[in-house]
Design a protein around this ligand. Structure first.
Ligand SMILES: Cc1ncc(COP(=O)(O)O)c(C=O)c1O
Length: 439
């Protein structure tokens, strides 16, 4: 049994997180419920930030809020001195509502609308990560109309795709994101941006993948980018002040995963960029990163109540919980794997293997296959670990199931930070037939 952060078994023989008994949490809030270990999020944020600080490297650690965005989460990111990466008007609006410092917000996305860009300009955010020529033109038009200047990063695809243990080197990357570094698109984008008096070109951005367990891919990407920068420095006398290497740092979902610590990820990348820039007598740029999963993933645990069961003799034993792909779509979408325990009796002898089914009307709604557990009965509480990233943020109302609440726990205290959706919430946007209400 592996516990993340402050999770442990307490004197009542229950799973405890952040000093709070999960069985008591269930009595108070019901199930399903997402529980976040705030101390673990703080620890991860500090791990990334302090590594840069100790090495004396100017940096921004931007929380990729797509992993889990809510007002309290963004308040926490602000408290920890993080910057913020948003990818839509909705994420930006949440940041504005949370009063997140505008100058530390970075706006991503491969198809930002005029309205979204206008919102970003109205709020005067720190920088826009420009993804393509369409956006470059649209943004120039908008800044021209307002007679203003905006800081930008250009997102480039360096031809490296990192997937967990493998990385693939490609001449041209087949990706919907960014300007290709190899085929001249990135250079053209840089030239156009430098010509415009409406852009302050801070530098380049790349993001090579997710759930990455080594630094090789990041280092390869940084090297490819610096190679080009050396060339562009000679041609355009331009060298960026910022190099943003994205997110993607892996976490431990199951015993098969062996992630590095935040300082290990960061140190090797910094050393390589320093080596490369020194060798070309170029200045060291600020290094920005955008961790999402590695800040919040392991901090989240979902608590469910066990309900029905089904025994297919000599094949499989199923138990069903009161949630599923509506609160965690990752197993159905990516065959993502998770570990779980019974929160109300984590030390009970393991004697069965169950597959954990969700309650959605979809055969693919399985949360975990073949999980060793004690003999499990109706009303046991199942705690699924590592659901803090892309769980709530990808939650949906399939089958009109209301989304669970989110509770933060820290130092023995619990705090509701997102309310449970109600059936009224589910129908609140619906209009009856012939209602004749126009927009
Ligand atoms: C541009 C960008 N930055 C950061 C992230 C965060 O990645 P992760 O949550 O794996 O750290 C993503 C994830 O898709 C991304 O696309």
């Amino acid at each position: 049994m592996y516990f993340h952060g402050t999770s442990k078994i307490n004197e009542n023989n229950h799973l405890e997180i952040g000093g709070v008994d999960t069985v008591e949490l269930v009595k108070k809030y019901g199930t399903p419920i997402y529980v976040y270990d705030v101390a673990l999020i703080r620890d991860r944020a500090r791990g990334f930030k302090q590594t840069f600080d100790k090495l004396g490297i100017k940096s921004q650690v931007a929380y990729a809020s797509k992993a889990f965005s809510s007002i309290a989460m963004l308040n926490l990111a602000q408290e920890e001195g993080l910057s913020l990466d948003v990818v839509s008007g909705g994420e930006l609006y949440t940041a504005i509502a949370a009063k997140f410092p505008a100058d530390r917000i970075h706006f991503h996305g491969n198809n930002k609308s005029k309205e979204e860009l206008e919102l970003a300009l109205d709020y005067n955010i720190g920088c826009i990560v420009v993804d393509n020529f369409y956006e470059l033109e649209l943004l120039e038009q908008l800044t021209l109309e307002r007679n203003t200047q905006i800081a930008i990063l250009l997102r480039v695809t360096p031809g490296i795709e990192a997937h967990t243990h493998d990385y693939i080197l490609t001449g041209q990357e087949d990706s919907k994101f960014g300007f290709d570094l190899q085929n001249g698109q990135a250079e053209e984008a840089l030239r156009k941006s430098l010509e415009s008096k409406h852009f302050k070109v801070l530098g380049l951005h790349c993001h090579i993948g997710s759930q990455i367990f080594e630094t090789t891919g990041f280092i390869l990407a940084a090297n490819k980018i610096i190679e080009k920068l050396v060339e562009w420095n000679e041609k355009y006398s331009y060298f960026p002040s910022v190099l943003n290497l994205g997110g993607g740092f892996g976490i431990r979902y199951t015993s098969e995963d062996a992630p590095l610590t935040p300082d290990n990820y960061v140190k090797e990348i910094i050393i390589e960029v320093q080596k490369q820039t020194n060798s070309h007598q170029l200045p060291m740029p600020e290094i920005w990163i955008e961790p999402g999963r590695s800040l919040v993933g392991e901090a989240g645990t979902t608590l469910y109540t066990v309900g029905s069961n089904k025994d297919v003799p000599n094949v499989r034993k199923y138990i069903a919980v009161d949630g599923g792909m509506s609160d965690n779509i990752r197993p159905a979408l990516y065959e993502a794997k998770y570990e779980a325990v019974l929160a109300n009796r984590p030390l009970a002898k393991v004697e069965e293997t169950y597959s954990i089914a969700g309650k959605c009307c979809e055969s693919g709604d399985m949360l975990i296959w073949d999980l060793p557990l004690p003999n499990t009965v109706c009303n046991d509480i199942l705690a699924v670990f590592c659901t803090g990233a892309y769980g709530y943020s990808m939650a949906n109302n399939y089958n009109r199931i209301p989304r669970p609440p989110v509770v933060f726990v820290e130092n023995g205290e619990d705090q509701l930070v997102v309310k449970r959706e109600t059936y009224e919430d589910i129908i609140k946007l619906d209009l009856p037939l012939h209602s004749k209400i126009n927009l």
